[in-house]
Design a protein around this ligand. Structure first.
Ligand SMILES: NC(=O)c1ccc[n+]([C@@H]2O[C@H](COP(=O)([O-])OP(=O)(O)OC[C@H]3O[C@@H](n4cnc5c(N)ncnc54)[C@H](OP(=O)(O)O)[C@@H]3O)[C@@H](O)[C@H]2O)c1
Length: 285
């Protein structure tokens, strides 16, 4: 379902973007990956998520090539810094490498990939410095559980955090126990990664074999993957970033913005794939 999501600083994006994990890993797939990203951009999926870690920078290079024909202002580019680089000593080298590989002067968002050993206040301070230098428009975090985000928001300039990127899909709903509400109240949107269960083969198989899911997919005339994505795009305060490395997959994913699951079907999904009834450790990939 098509929705507009606002970040705390007032910028708005569509609730569906594009992931890039493993892009750039195999040279022979390069043109297809570039074509997939361009197809996405041309179909409105202008938010692209990448990271310095992905394929050791080659994902950022693929994104850099893919975005060349487009106006910079029409895109929303997100990248992530490794925890060990998110302090005074290494951040400048990291951001300069990322900007160079992407071929842009400034990122729309720069995220701490996960929490490491560098004090959070130091990371916030260097992120603010990068903003001041015009290298990033804003910053956020990824894989932060409730206590981490609470601590972050209590720091000097911590409230400038724009997003928390988290694993979320129909069969992994642990964050709904407490974290999604806390982020909603704090007006911090979630970027949902692995929204179509890209990295948990067992869970993926379980969902793909579920009679409930297959019946519902048939009812809406969708593939199971599209149904999974429709479920995520129907959540409040959430931007889904599925990765698709083919034109066909991207077009299917963009098409999900036209899908709205009715209340009764959401109830059925909630019953078949419930939110856990106790707090679970944050799932990460
Ligand atoms: N912050 C973090 O720690 C973190 C961790 C993991 C991921 N992420 C981000 O989130 C993004 C998404 O997560 P993910 O890539 O792990 O998993 P995902 O998006 O849930 O799944 C990707 C898989 O789904 C396939 N696919 C895509 N569209 C499809 C369609 N319409 N029909 C059938 N299959 C389809 C892709 O195949 P093809 O590639 O062949 O199209 C790929 O194998 C990543 O790319 C990355 O940007 C962030």
């Amino acid at each position: 379902m098509k929705q507009t999501i606002a970040f705390p600083d007032g910028r708005e994006v569509l609730n569906l973007g594009q992931g890039t994990y493993r892009m750039g890993e195999e040279f022979k797939k390069k043109q297809q990956e570039i074509e997939a990203l361009r197809t996405g951009i041309e179909n409105g999926l202008t938010l692209i998520d990448t990271a310095e870690m992905y394929s050791e920078g080659r994902s950022e290079e693929i994104v850099g090539e893919a975005i060349q024909p487009y106006k910079r202002d029409d895109l929303f580019i997100v990248s992530k810094v490794l925890p060990m680089n998110a302090g005074e000593q290494h951040i400048h080298q990291s951001i300069d490498g990322t900007l160079k590989r992407l071929g842009v002067d400034e990122l729309d968002l720069y995220l701490l990939h996960w929490r490491g050993h560098i004090p959070l206040q130091e990371t916030v301070d260097v992120m603010e410095e990068l903003k001041w230098k015009g290298k990033i428009k804003g910053w956020g975090v990824s894989n932060f559980d409730l206590e981490d985000i609470q601590e972050l928001l209590s720091l000097r300039n911590g409230l400038n955090c724009q997003t928390n990127q988290l694993l979320y899909h129909l069969a992994s709903r642990g964050i709904e126990f407490v974290l999604t509400d806390y982020l909603k109240e704090s007006r911090i949107p979630i970027m949902a990664y692995c929204p179509i269960i890209g990295q948990e083969p067992d869970k993926k198989e379980m969902v793909h074999q579920s009679p409930t899911i297959n019946r519902m997919a048939q009812k809406y005339n969708l593939s199971v993957v599209k149904l999974l994505l429709a479920f995520v795009t129907q959540q409040e305060n959430m931007i889904a970033i599925p990765k698709a490395a083919s034109r066909d997959h991207v077009l299917q994913n963009a098409d999900v913005l036209q899908v709205e699951l009715d209340d009764e079907d959401i109830r059925i999904l909630n019953e078949a794939f419930p939110v856990p009834d106790k707090r679970m450790p944050l799932k990460t990939k």
